[in-house]
Design a protein around this ligand. Structure first.
Ligand SMILES: Nc1ncnc2c1ncn2[C@@H]1O[C@H](COP(=O)(O)OP(=O)(O)OP(=O)(O)O)[C@@H](O)[C@H]1O
Ligand SMILES: [Mg+2]
Length: 225
């Protein structure tokens, strides 16, 4: 088991002083190498769920175990370390660092984890090749197309060979053909490396490429009928 979520509750304080309960006791398991799509209406809590699972947001109660590590019990520094080693995250918009080349962006998680420059470079070039972006290694983010930028962000998320790849609408602003192509590449890589995938998407075709589709509704996850 890569991820075990039990009784996850999360509410937000709203502008008017009341609380909005977004996640209401979510139970969810993800197996090694399994790919799961989370669908649901805008505002249903997909991003909230992914952020809690990925340790980007704290939750009110419940438990998130990432490879048996209890995220809520970790201090910020250890949480950062666990995230760096175990997890890759891809946002809807890439968030690449604009002053660094594609290669340098992808090397970043390796350098943060304390690897040498040459080892980080080796790993970055290897993952860029697998994600079919090696020819743009020396380019800067603004010199890439939207799809290429997203590929670079995915390469950065995968460079540490994480156990879990979390993606929030990774192809939200790309056309359908490109989206299919990128997701197919990622799926292939993740199957080969036994990387679990948890992805939020509005695109039912892409969701259909995953092993399982779940729907987030009224604060809980439902199996797709
Ligand atoms: N920081 C915050 N403070 C208060 N309310 C928030 C905050 N972040 C999100 N919300 C609310 O929580 C609910 C769930 O938001 P979330 O972003 O998780 O939805 P989503 O399913 O990802 O939607 P979308 O498909 O549009 O991305 C929404 O009603 C949103 O307004
Ligand atoms: Mg969202």
């Amino acid at each position: 088991m890569v991820l075990k979520v039990s009784g996850l509750n999360k509410s937000y304080l709203q502008g008017d002083g009341t609380f909005l309960e977004v996640l209401k006791g979510i139970d969810f398991n993800l197996l090694k190498g399994e790919s799961v799509a989370v669908m649901g209406e805008s505002g249903s809590g997909k991003t909230t769920f992914l952020n809690c699972v990925a340790g980007l947001d704290r939750f009110n109660s419940g438990q998130v175990l990432l490879l048996d590590k209890d995220l809520s019990s970790l201090k910020d520094k250890d949480l950062g370390l666990a995230r760096n080693r175990l997890l890759g995250f891809v946002f809807q918009f890439h968030y690449l660092l604009k002053d660094f080349s594609v290669k340098e962006n992808v090397m970043m998680p390796c350098l943060i984890s304390g690897e040498t420059q040459s080892r980080a470079e080796e790993r970055a070039l290897s993952i860029l090749e697998k994600i079919r972006l090696l020819h743009k290694a020396e380019s800067f983010p603004k010199q890439l197309s939207g799809g290429e930028q997203q590929r670079a962000a995915i390469a950065r998320a995968l460079v540490m060979n994480p156990s879990l790849l979390v993606m929030d609408e990774p192809t939200g602003n790309l056309d359908e053909h490109l989206s299919d192509d990128i997701i197919a590449t990622v799926l292939k890589f993740c199957k080969e490396n036994n990387t679990g995938i948890l992805m939020a998407t509005h695109n039912s075709k892409i969701a259909g490429m995953m092993d399982k589709i779940l729907r987030l509704k009224e604060g809980v996850l439902w199996n797709q009928e």
